[in-house]
Design a protein around this ligand. Structure first.
Ligand SMILES: CC(C)(COP(=O)(O)OP(=O)(O)OC[C@H]1O[C@@H](n2cnc3c(N)ncnc32)[C@H](O)[C@@H]1OP(=O)(O)O)[C@@H](O)C(=O)NCCC(=O)NCCS
Length: 437
């Protein structure tokens, strides 16, 4: 830890310098917005700075300036593996520099050394019905650890605000280190009769997670490294990232902020879409009585879904206007590791027929697939068919981005968030008076 903290302390002033430079331009106008945006989910209103990643509507996500293909190349790998280690992208997001293999190895060890979950957390999880959704269990598990927050304790003891980031970093490292253990516990408790699988301390963070979930093939571990890398972050306005920022802005600690974020990720328009995609495909296969429906059958099924007033899960995005590069990265992985998989063929057929149908509705702004359109099919291939669990995997990954960002929030001393709201009546009065807010 000392290594990472010392490095952060040495490097972070550059990030602050840039932010302070921005503060000198507070009067600079960067745009205007209209009532459509106010009542339309604040789409397109720039309302926050967020350093760890930035989304381009056509190109997709960049993490500290690097695209996913660039990072699959540049980030350190596990031994003779080909996929990046998520430890590396965490380092990049926090430090704003690419890690060396040693930086990543240090992080693996650091997280391993902090990974023991207090017994009362497992006892708390054991107290909820086994049918409780895994995301609810995940949130409960995170909240059960809040008692150990070093930030909350330091604040209570009157720590100087210039040191907030230090305690936040400690909490963030402790939390990230424990998430795979909690997630694996939930999986094994919910679906595998409560079996326990001891950690393999020779493995990396993702490899050990896969092992604790009961999946020990080298391919599954590689898939998990890719999966946990590409889901980490998607700039600052999405529900889970923004929730972390918002709750943290009240100086709530990392546990409170991240649990809140996970409650947002558990919504079907956000992270839960990954389970919904597989559920939707399984329902389609069952309804049509075939594992590999034709393109015509899929097209008809999509039309039916739309007629029923439901969304086609895995398609559309609030910001993206092209195929999500996270979809593409998974599709490349599938082509390499499971070229004949029937479910992957279904995913590819949907990719072929869905966009024109969605586009023809005339109202869906992005007819292209997002990350969730693909991820479940990879998991099913390796035997993980319990789709209710998928969003927990997303959550373990998302921790890396939003919590790296939370450390920066405290380092940059961001203020409490408090946007202004209006009533419908007060906005109508502005319209009538030709006034602005
Ligand atoms: C991601 C999502 C929430 C973005 O929402 P958004 O920014 O409001 O999207 P749009 O502006 O294109 O929405 C316009 C209309 O098209 C609908 N729409 C968007 N995507 C759709 C989809 N995949 N299937 C059916 N309808 C869709 C919206 O529900 C909205 O309908 P309404 O006017 O009747 O309320 C939306 O595309 C969606 O629900 N997708 C399916 C769920 C999903 O995959 N979520 C994961 C996102 S990473």
């Amino acid at each position: 830890m000392n290594t990472l903290k010392e490095k952060f302390k040495a490097k972070a002033p550059l990030q602050k310098e840039e932010f302070n430079h921005l503060k000198q331009h507070q009067e600079h106008n960067i745009g205007s917005y209209n009532i459509g945006q106010v009542i339309g989910g604040m789409r397109g209103i720039t309302g926050l700075t967020y350093e760890t990643s930035l989304l381009d509507s056509n190109e997709g996500i960049r993490f500290r300036g690097y695209s996913i293909p660039e990072l699959r190349d540049a980030l350190p790998k596990y031994k003779d593996g080909t996929e990046p280690l998520p430890e590396g992208i965490f380092y990049l997001m926090l430090m704003n520099e690419l890690p060396t293999a040693q930086d990543v190895a240090d992080l693996t060890q650091e997280w391993l050394s902090r990974s023991t979950v207090p017994a009362h957390v497992y006892a708390t999880l054991d107290s909820v019905p086994i049918a409780t959704h895994p995301m609810t269990q995940f949130s409960i598990g995170i909240m059960a650890m809040q008692n150990d927050s070093l930030f909350a304790k330091a604040y209570h003891d009157g720590v100087n605000k210039s040191e907030y980031w230090d305690y936040m970093l400690e909490d963030v490292m402790n939390l990230i280190a424990k998430l795979p253990n909690i997630a694996a516990y939930i999986y094994n408790r919910t679906y595998k009769g409560g079996r326990t699988i001891e950690a393999d301390t020779t493995l990396d963070w993702s490899g050990n997670f896969a092992h604790m979930l009961g999946y020990d093939s080298a391919d599954f571990k590689e898939m998990m490294r890719l999966y946990l890398t590409i889901h980490v972050d998607h700039e600052g306005g999405n529900v889970s990232a923004h929730t972390t920022r918002l709750v943290g802005s009240a100086l709530s600690d990392a546990y409170l902020s991240f649990a809140a974020a996970m409650n947002g990720l558990a919504g079907p328009l956000h992270g839960l879409a990954n389970q919904e995609v597989i559920r939707w495909i399984f329902d389609m296969q069952a309804d049509l009585k075939t594992d590999l429906p034709s393109e015509e059958q899929i097209a008809e099924y999509i039309q039916t879904t739309l007629k029923e007033g439901r969304v086609v899960p895995g398609y559309g995005h609030a910001v993206l206007r092209k195929t999500d590069p996270r979809f593409t990265a998974q599709n490349e992985f599938a082509a390499k590791h499971m070229p004949d998989d029937v479910l992957i063929q279904v995913v590819n057929r949907i990719y072929k027929v869905a966009p024109p149908i969605l586009e023809n509705t005339g109202k869906i702004k992005n007819p292209w697939p997002n990350v969730d359109a693909h991820s479940g099919a990879l998991l099913v291939h390796y035997g993980m068919k319990e789709y209710d669990f998928y969003t927990v995997l997303f959550g373990v990954s998302r921790a890396l981005g939003v919590l790296a960002s939370l450390v920066l929030d405290r380092y940059l001393a961001l203020p409490i968030e408090r946007p202004k709201s209006e009533t419908t009546k007060s906005l109508l009065q502005m319209v009538e008076a030709g006034a602005t807010a």
